[in-house]
Design a protein around this ligand. Structure first.
Ligand SMILES: NC(=O)c1ccc[n+]([C@@H]2O[C@H](COP(=O)([O-])OP(=O)(O)OC[C@H]3O[C@@H](n4cnc5c(N)ncnc54)[C@H](O)[C@@H]3O)[C@@H](O)[C@H]2O)c1
Length: 315
């Protein structure tokens, strides 16, 4: 029987992934944890506890006491926030991952770990379109540097200690449940909320910057599929490329006008513009698609339809 620990369960991904995993593995077998309070449905449907992943002693006690077999480590400082506090972001992103890798090494019951990387591992010298799985990687942000270093550590622990750690280089994730946590692709969530609330949005990127994106439902399905796939089918032990549609703010704004004809968008690029420009505009994820036999379901129109409907229900 699997007993799953989610670290960062109150965040954009964790708040949805926890509920999906509880449907599959049973509510009482999925332990949600975070340093902040979680949404009511997470606390009401199964165990939730405050836990700081930086506190390695509490972490290992928690894992042993609850007989944890799988860990999803989702806590991180995201790209936009990391540029404001580079040394703290490096400390949190790296030390938290090292704590998890050490727990996986020391506690025999822990058989699998999931840790997300990001398209931020790529940089200005990476091919911009159809970015392949293996390519030049010279990230220019502290977030990207920490994710690339994390990928190397994951592969190292796999090779040296035979730890089964699985990872995806998520693109920008679009969801309606929880506000995004300070990344460069947050505009692709904010634009829908502001369209419904105010019929206008002031975008922090320019109109034609294209970035790889993915609807949260697709990201969660791929994550669970990756974790359930037989280890023998997985060739990559650092992190797999993954993507949905590549989108610009202008394309999303035009699509929103199918539902909200008067929607108005203005563009005032800030420091995140140069981060976005250093990332790929499209990704080749064919290696993942063959390894786990998966493809995304949501294109731009389906994302817009779901976002507008769900946000209207919410607000
Ligand atoms: N959301 C995206 O678009 C995206 C894209 C690429 C990669 N990722 C990666 O996916 C992971 C989750 O991202 P997210 O968008 O859900 O982030 P988020 O910021 O929404 O959530 C992270 C959660 O971790 C918690 N946390 C922070 N410090 C902690 C600590 N010391 N101990 C325990 N919990 C702590 C936060 O309170 C928060 O609830 C991160 O590793 C992120 O880099 C996300």
């Amino acid at each position: 029987m699997e007993r799953i620990l989610i670290i960062g369960a109150a965040g954009q991904i964790g708040s949805e992934l926890t509920l999906e995993l509880r449907k599959i593995y049973g509510n009482s077998n999925v332990f949600a944890t975070d340093v902040k309070d979680a949404p009511a449905d997470i606390k009401e449907s199964g165990p939730f506890q405050l836990l700081d992943v930086m506190d390695d002693k509490h972490l290992i006690h928690f894992v042993i006491r609850n007989k944890i077999t799988q860990i999803y480590h989702l806590a991180a400082v995201l790209s936009g926030n990391a540029e404001k506090l580079p040394t703290q972001a490096w400390h949190i992103n790296m030390d938290s991952l090292m704590n998890i890798l050490e727990v996986a090494k020391l506690v025999e019951d822990v058989r699998k770990v999931f840790w997300p990387s990001s398209i931020a591992v790529f940089g200005n010298s990476t091919p911009k379109t159809g970015t392949p799985q293996l390519t030049v990687m010279e990230p220019s942000t502290v977030y990207g540097i920490s994710k690339l270093a994390g990928e190397r550590w994951c592969e190292y622990y796999h090779k040296r200690y035979n730890i089964d750690i699985r990872s995806l280089r998520y693109p920008g994730l679009i969801s309606y449940k929880t506000e995004p946590g300070g990344g460069t692709t947050d505009w692709a969530v904010e634009i829908y909320f502001e369209a419904v609330r105010k019929k206008s949005y002031n975008c922090f990127l320019s109109e034609d910057v294209s970035l790889p994106m993915m609807f949260m439902e697709d990201a969660i399905n791929a994550t669970i599929k990756l974790m359930e796939t037989d280890k023998a089918n997985l060739a990559c032990h650092s992190s797999y490329n993954i993507t949905g549609p590549s989108l610009t703010p202008r394309q999303v704004a035009v699509d929103i006008r199918r539902h909200i004809p008067g929607f108005d968008i203005t563009y005032h690029p800030d420091f995140r513009q140069s981060i976005a420009e250093s990332w790929p505009s499209s990704i080749d994820d064919s290696e993942l698609r063959t390894s786990i036999i998966w493809k995304p379901r949501f294109d731009l129109q389906q994302i817009t339809d779901s976002m507008i409907e769900e946000i209207r229900n919410k607000v």
